[in-house]
Design a protein around this ligand. Structure first.
Ligand code: A3P
Length: 349
């Protein structure tokens, strides 16, 4: 391929303001530095810079299937559904090969420590009685190698997971590939994300949920601003290569959601196959399924002992975390952000 096909990277990286930095430093323990990117100011880690242009220019195939979300919106659940539908319901492989290997995570590398590697190793070693430096480093190297380097050699169909907003993905992604985008009530996303940052030992968020919520609303967490992310995908929802779903719709009627995804992928399931797939995807079975709950990272000591990756799997759990003031503030924040759009969350009145 000649250089004429390479698009120049259109966005600038810039530093957080001093005030933003100090707030973030006070509340966070990240072993990496954050930056803002592009006109919407999406927060990324500085490591993203090394592969941003390759992602933007990723050569695509018509058989590629993206699952894209703002994190903690039901990505893993949807990935497993998509993968099984597109893989002739190969449960044997699904249960034995970790999802992280079956589904390439486009920007995984940016969540791995670069400069902060030493502190990362220290935290992980203290959390793992059987700590082995070599095995841990091998995993870290694998996780922090951009997947754009090996996607060309992957067989079709390629399965690609991303938490990036549409504007940071290849601009013509929907002209070629298919995408399932999942959105979720931001209050439940925030609660789930809070637990997620406590789950990962190296990002271990030690402050209150209220402080975390503040960072989320102020667009100081990775890949915020949240509403910009959702709206970019919402604008593309009528594209024939885009299927826009809400997490809450999957929860409400999983067989119907399975049918929608199957239709989108051109697959047909009979009733028994649908029932078996829904059973495989149930939260109870998912919790026990080592191939989807990132047990390999727990084994290395990367996970806190009192947190899990597949957690409650419910809608509306946020009510247990929000006081009256936060509830009101969340309502105003959501209302403000939905003013100039017809985007509506099923759980937001
Ligand atoms: P909670 O933390 O609210 O329970 P992601 O995969 O994008 O990180 O999303 C994680 C969220 O999806 C978590 O939400 C998790 O429990 C939920 N989830 C994962 N598997 C699920 C399933 N089979 N059914 C319902 N929810 C599921």
């Amino acid at each position: 391929m000649g250089d004429e096909n390479i698009l120049p990277y259109p966005y600038e990286f810039y530093d957080l303001s001093d005030e933003e930095k100090s707030l973030n430093d006070k509340l966070h323990n990240y072993p990496y530095e954050l930056a803002r990117l592009g006109p919407k100011g999406y927060i990324v880690t500085k490591a993203f810079k090394k592969d941003a242009a390759n992602i933007y220019n990723l050569p695509l195939r018509s058989s590629d299937i993206f699952v894209t979300t703002y994190q903690r919106s039901g990505t893993t659940w949807t990935q497993e559904l998509v993968w099984l539908l597109a893989s002739d319901l190969n449960y044997e492989k699904a249960l034995t090969v970790p999802l992280i290997e079956r589904y390439s995570f486009l920007e995984m590398f940016m969540f791995m420590p670069d400069a902060g590697l030493e502190s990362f190793m220290k935290v992980v070693s203290q959390n793992n009685e059987n700590f082995n430096k070599e095995t841990t480093m091998q995993m870290v190297e694998w996780l922090r190698t951009p997947v754009t380097r090996n996607l060309a050699s992957r067989p079709s169909p390629r399965f690609i997971k991303s938490h990036l907003p549409m504007s940071l993905l290849p601009p013509k992604v929907l002209d070629t590939a298919k995408m399932v985008y999942v959105a979720r009530d931001p209050r439940d996303v925030a609660v789930s994300f809070y637990h997620h940052t406590r789950l990962f030992m190296h990002t271990g968020f030690k402050e209150t949920f209220k402080q975390f919520w503040h960072l989320f609303c102020e667009s100081l967490l990775v890949l915020t601003p949240f509403f910009e992310h959702i709206k970019e995908a919402w604008e593309k929802r009528h594209d024939p290569n885009m299927l826009f779903l809400f997490y809450e719709d999957l929860l409400k009627d999983l067989p119907a959601a399975v049918k929608r995804v199957a239709d989108f992928l051109g697959k047909k399931l009979d009733d028994a196959q649908t029932a078996a797939l829904c059973d495989h995807l149930s939260i109870e079975n998912f919790k026990k399924n080592k191939a989807v709950n990132f047990e390999e990272l727990r084994g290395l000591g990367m996970f806190a002992k009192d947190e899990v990756f597949i957690r409650k799997g419910k809608a509306g759990g946020w009510r247990d975390y929000f006081d009256e003031e936060m509830t009101q503030q969340a309502e105003n924040w959501i209302e403000d952000n939905l003013k100039n759009t017809d985007l509506r969350f099923p759980t937001v009145k």
